[in-house]
Design a protein around this ligand. Structure first.
Ligand SMILES: *Cc1c(COP(=O)(O)O)cnc(C)c1O
Length: 377
């Protein structure tokens, strides 16, 4: 079989000479104006991004992690409080909770890699302040069930939507389905910048105002400081880059969805060696990652085969659950506490699904997986 290269990263294609010229011109405008901190480009991006999320407010920060911490700080979540989240996320989700000195309480995940809503109630105590679902892979968590529990138990819902720009539940965009949501514009996220950036999205003015002050030294205005705080503003240059890209977010999303649909169709026959997550009709998934499960203990072997024999670059998001990381030692969790998450960490494999893949590349990836499955028989 002819070997087609299928790289995981697409950044050199996305930022081709033509696109770079457009972005460099936008950065040049910032430099000409000299408004490097909270300049015009930041306000422009916040407006565009709020509109994209169909939210009232967006506040730009210098990373997704900073945005998550800003939300928790604005909600006055801190020592003595507990926040419920998942152990299969990127490390930043749990880190943000820990860094505001609240306790991270994990709940296991379901077949969609989302928080298992049937296990949330049992994790709630008198100290619980918030539920923090992560729309991992770009698949929204079950927000209706989560909001119902939160309402009954008087808890905040904070969305980690870092991987889920444009994702929807029942036709509503994520990020402001709870009190607030966090997005990341890391270079490998669906809406990506040149370096780090993030945003908080909310429909609540008081929260937007508080986050806006939090990221900027707690300043009410040029001279008056309401509270001691950090400097985690979105850079004007980062916003200028994002302003060149935000208009493409819907297109990028549709391409990723189409790529995922083709994979779904081509890989379905290989069940149960290759397991696809359920695709509920009320959720619009945006496929930050396209994650299959490889059973029979063959994940690592398949990954090696695809890379070394077929030139296909895949990843694992993430091989070590957060509760088993050294960093989480003080939380007191152990192997066996979250069986679904732990099992999945040995089975999950992320296939390239980015917007620059050709149909031929996707067909080739599926054919190579088929070859591997057939070789096992
Ligand atoms: C990327 C990511 C973050 C953190 O975003 P940064 O911009 O890298 O700080 C948080 N949570 C999840 C689920 C992510 O994927």
């Amino acid at each position: 079989m002819s070997k087609i290269k299928v790289p995981y990263s697409y950044l050199t294609t996305q930022f081709c000479k033509e696109k770079r010229a457009e972005i460099l011109a936008a950065i040049d405008k910032v430099a000409k104006r000299g408004d490097f901190t909270l300049g015009r480009s930041v306000g422009e991006f916040e407006e565009k991004f709020a509109a994209l999320c169909r939210a009232k407010y967006a506040i730009g920060l210098n990373s997704g992690t900073a945005a998550l911490i800003a939300i928790l700080e604005a909600l006055e979540i801190g020592p003595g409080d507990e926040v419920i989240t998942v152990p299969n996320s990127f490390i930043a989700t749990a880190a943000a909770i820990d860094l505001v000195k609240a306790r991270v309480v994990f709940v296991d995940v379901d077949e969609q890699y989302q928080i298992d809503v049937s296990k949330i109630e049992k994790a709630i105590t008198g100290r619980t302040k918030a539920i923090l679902p992560v729309h991992l892979t770009g698949c929204p968590a079950d927000m209706t069930a989560i909001n119902n529990i939160a309402e009954r138990r008087n808890l905040y819902v904070v969305e980690d939507a870092a991987q889920a720009v444009c994702a929807e539940v029942d036709g509503k965009r994520v990020g402001h389905l709870g009190i607030a949501g966090e997005f990341s514009f890391h270079p490998l996220k669906n809406l990506n910048g040149w370096g780090d950036a993030g945003a908080v999205v909310t429909d609540h003015k008081w929260l937007a105002d508080k986050v806006a002050k939090w990221r900027n030294h707690g300043m009410k205005n040029r001279d008056e400081v309401e509270f001691f705080s950090v400097n985690e503003r979105m850079h004007s240059t980062a916003a200028a880059v994002l302003n060149c890209l935000v208009g493409h977010a819907e297109d990028i999303t549709e391409k990723r969805i189409a790529n995922a649909a083709l994979y779904d169709e081509l890989l379905k026959p290989f069940h149960p060696h290759v397991v696809l997550p359920p695709r509920p009709a009320n959720k619009k998934q945006v496929y930050h990652t396209y994650v299959i499960r490889v059973l029979d203990g063959k994940r690592d072997e398949l990954q090696k085969f695809l890379l070394e024999e077929r030139g296909i670059d895949t990843k694992v998001h993430y091989p070590i659950p957060i509760h088993l990381q050294e960093a989480a030692g003080h939380l007191g969790y152990k192997l066996g506490d979250f069986p679904n998450c732990e099992r999945q960490s040995f089975e999950i494999l992320t296939l390239p699904v980015h917007q620059y893949l050709t149909k031929a590349q996707i067909v080739y990836v599926a054919e190579c997986i088929a070859d591997f499955v057939n070789m096992q028989k």
